[in-house]
Design a protein around this ligand. Structure first.
Ligand SMILES: Nc1ncnc2c1ncn2[C@@H]1O[C@H](COP(=O)(O)OP(=O)(O)O)[C@@H](O)[C@H]1O
Ligand SMILES: [Mg+2]
Length: 306
């Protein structure tokens, strides 16, 4: 298996603030690698470092077997980058945008450009102004523009942010087809459900890597825990009471669902009893399969015990 990206202790600060802290990553060729993390975790900074746009303060990195620091120009010819706030020319047509970006890489091959229009389902809109496309099609065009030179490795910074679920699924289908054709995709997202769609993923929090592995490996960090789900209105008094109970590792409310992570020894009846001590109304409690989000919250919140 070939490795597309390898970093060792990659670090970048802005003044005193460490935005990316000793990042060590390894990403295989042909995989969809997801970098997840809350806002301001450092995801975009990692992409900017790996794409050679921003200089690291220390550490090492190899991209497509090349040294990131001494061979940056060669790397740039072989990677594509779609920024979080990507820019298209709204008053140019779809085709004119693609031709413009292709020109930056010296690509004039009409067959290639037509292939891109087809691949991204843009042929029907080729004479439409880019500014008039829907959000999903703007993303497709941005990816097409960033890949005119047929890069082996594509960085996509929050490519699905603010996009409806159906269009997000279509974009992911596109990512799969790119990966199937041998491309390596490095995708950042803050949507937890997208974690499951990655071959491998890493979680970043405050610039530090807290976990990396396949979705199953990440979930297995909760192997010695049980996860319960409770249908209960948010009640701060209950939440505070539960978190100080020694049997409980973590509580997290999502709307009406309270997720409770406990030691493996805690039975449904015991938990029912603990909750009843603090909550008088009736509620439904059940044991559930740990999700990636449970694992992530558990890993980033120090077990919930602050
Ligand atoms: N050029 C910069 N100058 C100063 N601080 C920055 C700069 N770029 C990013 N940061 C800070 O670094 C942190 C990580 O930012 P970013 O990588 O954009 O996070 P994310 O993409 O995960 O939301 C944030 O606190 C941000 O304000
Ligand atoms: Mg970002």
């Amino acid at each position: 298996m070939t490795i597309s990206i390898k970093t060792q202790n990659l670090t970048r600060s802005f003044g005193d603030f460490v935005a990316v802290d000793k990042l060590s990553l390894s990403i295989n060729s042909g995989e969809i690698f997801g970098l997840l993390g809350p806002n301001a975790a450092g995801k975009s900074t990692v992409i900017r470092l790996l794409a050679g746009i921003l200089q690291a303060n220390s550490g090492e990195a190899h991209i497509l077997g090349l040294d990131l620091f001494s061979q940056t120009d060669s790397i740039k010819q072989r990677i594509g980058y779609v920024a979080q706030q990507f820019s298209l020319y709204p008053d140019l047509t779809v085709l004119e945008n693609i031709v413009f970006y292709a020109g930056l890489y010296g690509v004039e091959d009409k067959v290639r450009l037509n292939y891109l229009l087809d691949l991204y389902d843009l042929s029907q809109f080729k004479n439409k102004l880019a500014g008039l496309l829907s959000g999903g099609y703007k993303r497709r065009l941005a990816i097409a523009c960033a890949t005119t030179h047929d890069p082996e490795l594509i960085f996509l910074d929050e490519p699905t942010a603010g996009i409806d679920p159906v269009t997000r699924k279509e974009l992911w289908d596109l990512f799969y087809s790119l990966a199937t054709s041998g491309k390596t995709l490095f995708v950042t997202t803050h949507y937890m459900e997208e974690a499951e769609r990655c071959n491998r993923l890493a979680f970043l929090n405050h610039g530090k890597l807290v976990a990396q592995g396949t979705p199953a490996e990440i979930r297995s960090s909760l192997n010695n825990r049980l996860v319960y789900s409770c249908d209960i209105q948010h009640d701060p008094v209950l939440t505070s009471a539960l978190i100080i109970d020694p049997a409980i590792q973590l509580v997290n409310q999502f709307g009406r669902e309270l997720r409770i992570i406990t030691d493996i020894s805690v039975t449904l009846e015991q938990l029912q009893h603990i909750i009843s001590k603090h909550y008088e109304r009736s509620f439904q409690l059940k044991k559930v399969t740990p999700s990636i989000e449970d694992a992530f919250i558990s890993l980033t919140s120090n077990g919930g015990k602050q």
